[in-house]
Design a protein around this ligand. Sequence first.
Ligand SMILES: Cc1ncc(COP(=O)(O)O)c(C=O)c1O
Length: 416
Amino acid sequence: MSLLSRLAPSLARGYRHTAMGAANTLGIRSFHGTLRARLAADTAPASLAGIRAANLQKTLTTTPKPLLPKEELVFGHSFSDHMLTVNWTASAGWGKPEIKPYGPLSLDPSCSVFHYAFECFEGLKAYRDQSGNIRLFRPDKNMERMNQSAARLYLPQFDGKEVIECIKELLRTDARWVPEGKGYSLYLRPTLISTENTLGVHRANKAMLYVITSPCGPYFKTGFKAIGLYCDESNVRAWPGGVGNRKLGANYAPSVGPQVAAEKKGYQQVLWTIGEDHELMEVGTMNMFVYWRNELGELELITPPLDDGTILPGVTRDSILELTRAWGEFKVTEGKVNMKQIVKASNEGRLLEVFGAGTACVVTPVKRIHFKGSDYNIPLDPANPESQAGPITDRIYKTLFGIQYGKVPSKWSVVV
Ligand SMILES: Cc1ncc(COP(=O)(O)O)c(C=O)c1O
């Protein structure tokens, strides 16, 4: 637990005590100051008690489930034996974390998560390395992002380090659920919901953090399969000042209709853009990267920037930026790119590779983009017409995959 979160409860109590005392001695003029101070203290939900891995309680299932044969694994369809839960109340803070048998939650139909989407989540994977160890990839980044999502919903924050310790224990408990083999992993879904039973739209006074896990197979079972993107001109995924940069459930349900429409037209994913210039945003639920020779003739890997709050700060995105900057072989930019520039680069033979990036796939190569009635083809690997990925996409994939499975040494891979 961080020093700050350990001190937070006593600081908050001390602060209120001092402010009240001041109001009593200085009279009514100070009362307004006190009120302001109280309101200020209320603008962020201070968790009174923090989550403490040392308090973890464990109840094991008496009916362990059989493991599915690996070839039958479908992403997100089957779940391990146990889950982690921690309850929170505004008056007491976080309760004791519990590992218990996986099972339904009992929530009142009035619960505000069902009505106003008080929900945020994370997605990360546990990998089994060649020596049988279980590894996580940069779980601190997921905890950091989850706290940012929680803050946007005015849900309680937590000490990410403590939650990672609880998650490690969940993984040790369900170790047999972490499949072996190239591309296999156990997907982890940390989730934070309001559990307040009310129809009023206001901040939650009760919440629950839980983590469930689901075994999954390789995203590309028979090697890469490059995808086609349909640039959706009528729907926008996120906008400046909105919540596209936070991992809220509310961002995902509205993307399903456009996704189905793109599939019906023969494209695998939606290319999300914004504004009259159709600035690139994301590919389905992945961050987007373009590798091209830019108008100055420089080789450049470019991805949309995080500055206007429309792009999810992907862990894979961040890793690719750091990795390729360390390679030092081409320019690496977080910058805006629009469809006019993409079309021009494509027509001038400067568009070399395009890919999506995210935890599920690491990278997904893109072979064509549909925009305003035309398809723009992306060469993938000009040296090998059979290839389903360009050389940079492939190299990034192999490096990150190697780190995740402990073959390439890296501080990003955390042994459980
Ligand atoms: C909208 C969106 N963008 C990007 C990503 C990629 O993020 P990450 O690399 O952390 O998985 C995700 C996946 O979670 C996503 O949902």
